[in-house]
Ligand binder design. Structure first.
Ligand code: HEC
Ligand code: HEC
Ligand code: HEC
Length: 366
């Protein structure tokens, strides 16, 4: 069924009629999700509260599960007859609605109709219209019609939602997200009617350093892996912020071994955490190292987080002295070089492997 927006631009009643048609067509067509693409808003991303609000663990924002005009009952958002009148807004209408909300009233939960039996136990939230950056964080990129997680936001309309952000290039336009397709665009503030979803809180600052300098922030993301132009980057944790707390070795590389031993990281033995690691406590000393100190290969440290199958027998036979390991093979990505230089400290970090001094190894030079 085609729904035309044009009549809404002129006449209120046509608009209401159009809305009715839309509501019917929305029931008829169901959400489609592309199994090839990974959903970016899995239900586990949200903490679901009993007052029909959710906290997004990624952004820290709190959202109402229902759009304005829907009512919460029986674990879902219901379209009531008042929805036709109370859930469609021009941009200014949206601002007015939010300005006049009675949300300081005790028991107000973010909805125009209070939820039976629910009082807002937490501190009163400052509900407001989301910015476009905030609203975009709810788009699920593997679903359409609507492009949002329906477990978290049940019965969410597959239609445009206003943001509070105005279009910098033209004062007549404001940003909206079309939750039918997941696309973002600037629309005329008048003439079109969109939905509202309220938010409270503020985006978790992903990095203190980034707050200070945005210019260098862009440079920081320009690492050949991330797209520095993507506005959603700010929602990601920068790798440096993750590894920043890790202990470092003498050359400033992350010392994962120490991190593991000191308990800074606690990797699981298996996905469900049920398995246990078999730790093999045996050091092997490789002595064909010319004037370099001998190499101590600590089985214990490796098997604390690598199952035996990672190395035996594909990379090394379980018998000492069988492999023909050399620096050349390591730099070519074989033997120890399967990991070292890729997922473990680099071969340039000589002294971490060549740690056993001997008569011929001369004075330490590192
Ligand atoms: C990170 C790689 C790695 C992992 C993981 C690993 N090993 Fe080894 N293992 C080696 C290397 C290297 C050798 C020596 C091979 C050579 O010299 O050719 C070796 C040799 C051995 C040997 C022969 C020792 C000797 O004195 O001849 C045994 C036994 C062994 N591994 C058992 C295990 C067990 C059991 C596990 C799992 C708990 C394990 N390894 C995990 C790398 C690994
Ligand atoms: C990931 C561990 C590791 C690192 C890091 C490492 N080596 Fe080695 N190195 C080895 C092993 C294993 C051997 C082989 C010893 C054997 O077969 O007895 C070796 C052998 C050597 C040899 C003997 C000749 C050859 O090429 O095999 C020299 C010289 C040497 N390393 C120098 C260095 C220098 C210099 C660095 C730093 C730039 C370095 N290594 C870093 C593990 C390492
Ligand atoms: C399957 C992957 C893998 C292979 C193969 C491998 N390592 Fe490692 N190794 C690791 C990881 C992961 C760490 C810990 C990460 C880090 O500290 O960068 C580590 C850490 C180490 C450490 C540091 C121990 C400590 O207490 O600080 C040494 C020494 C070492 N490896 C030597 C070797 C040598 C020598 C070889 C070849 C005989 C080898 N590794 C082969 C994955 C591997």
């Amino acid at each position: 069924m085609q729904f035309r927006v044009v009549p809404c631009m002129r006449q209120k009643y046509n608009c209401v009629l159009g809305v009715t048609l839309l509501a019917m067509s929305a029931v008829a067509s169901a959400q489609t999700c592309d199994p090839e693409r990974l959903g970016n808003t899995p239900t586990k991303r949200f903490i679901i509260h009993d007052d029909a609000t959710v906290t997004d663990r990624v952004t820290g924002l709190v959202w109402t599960r229902c759009a304005v005009g829907q009512t919460w009952a029986d674990g879902t958002c219901n379209d009531t007859s008042i929805k036709q009148l109370r859930s469609w807004f021009s941009w200014q209408g949206a601002l007015d609605y939010v300005a006049n909300m009675d949300h300081k009233r005790p028991g107000w939960t973010g909805y125009s109709t209070p939820i039976a039996g629910v009082t807002n136990k937490e501190e009163l939230k400052e509900w407001r219209l989301p910015t476009i950056q905030e609203l975009r964080t709810l788009i699920d990129r593997h679903c359409e019609n609507p492009a949002i997680n329906l477990e978290v936001f049940p019965n969410a309309p597959a239609w445009g939602f206003w943001s509070a952000s105005e279009f910098s290039e033209g004062p007549d336009y404001a940003w909206q997200v079309d939750f039918k397709t997941g696309e973002t665009s600037a629309h005329l503030k008048v003439g079109v009617s969109y939905h509202l979803r309220l938010v409270s809180g503020s985006l978790i600052p992903t990095s203190k350093k980034r707050e200070a300098a945005t210019e260098s922030a862009a440079a920081r993301w320009d690492d050949g892996i991330h797209d520095p132009a993507n506005p959603d980057l700010e929602l990601l944790q920068h790798p440096d912020d993750v590894t920043g707390t890790l202990p470092r070795d003498g050359r400033g590389e992350e010392d994962w071994a120490k991190a593991l031993i000191d308990g800074v990281i606690k990797p699981r033995a298996s996905r469900d955490g049920a398995a246990e690691m078999v730790v093999w406590d045996q050091d092997l000393i490789f002595k064909e190292t010319a004037t370099m100190p001998h190499v101590r290969f600590p089985h214990k440290l490796h098997s604390m987080w690598l199952a035996c199958e990672n190395c035996h027998d594909q990379i090394f036979p379980a018998r000492f002295g069988q492999s023909d390991i050399s620096m050349a093979s390591i730099y070519q990505g074989r033997d120890c070089g399967v990991c070292h230089g890729k997922v473990a400290f680099s071969p340039n970090n000589c002294e971490r492997c060549h740690s056993i001094e001997h008569a011929g190894s001369g004075p330490r030079w590192w």
